[in-house]
Design a protein around this ligand. Sequence first.
Ligand SMILES: N[C@@H](CCC(=O)N[C@@H](CS)C(=O)NCC(=O)O)C(=O)O
Length: 230
Amino acid sequence: MAKYLLVSFKTCPWVQRAAIVLREKNTPFEFRHIEPDNRPDWFLAISPHKKVPVLRIDDTVSLFESNAINEYLDETIAPRLHPDDPVLRALNRAWTDYVPTFAEYVTGMAYADDEAEFKKCAEKIPIAFERVERALEKQNAGPFFNGAKYSLVDAAYAPFLQRYFFLDRIRPIGLIGQYPRLKAWADTLLKRPSTHSFPEAELEVLYRLNVKRRKKWLSQFVAEAAVAAA
Ligand SMILES: N[C@@H](CCC(=O)N[C@@H](CS)C(=O)NCC(=O)O)C(=O)O
């Protein structure tokens, strides 16, 4: 078997997405966490956009971009997570392409400078939630995006659904309950061991620290929420 090194920032959802697929495929890998503010030269040499994740294979090849990494892993390591049916596969890829927009809408409020902007960002969440709710209605009866079988779509959304709950626990948003399929899907994914690179409470603390350090409008609520959770 090839040797895999996954280069990461501990809280990066895009890295988490690749780590999930490696775990779903029971593939051992070295997880190497680097600091965003101190990216080593060896990393800068293998990451064209200076971003994580990078998947280094056999100390020779470096793949970047979480979607490309996951497509590669799915082509090369069993079990196949993509559906066999080409139409379903195309639909899965289309919904995976929606992830950056979903992420921007669902976690955008963490970057708002003031309360007005925060509220404006929060108004975008139902747009993303509604679209995925409709897709879940069309595609399946759960528990996963395609129904009974776990797919790359599940791996792609899980980190961002998790971060919605992190945000909701800092400043309650309370929207997801209005989207029963999405809520059930999120609950399923969060219970799945492959979703987690770290114990969830540990990641949540790191996430809150990031929010606090960012010094945006939401940052003021972090200390309070962190104490409440302890
Ligand atoms: N589209 C990329 C996004 C990766 C990404 O944004 N990674 C962040 C960390 S979560 C990063 O490395 N940011 C550093 C930077 O932008 O310089 C992917 O899917 O892999």
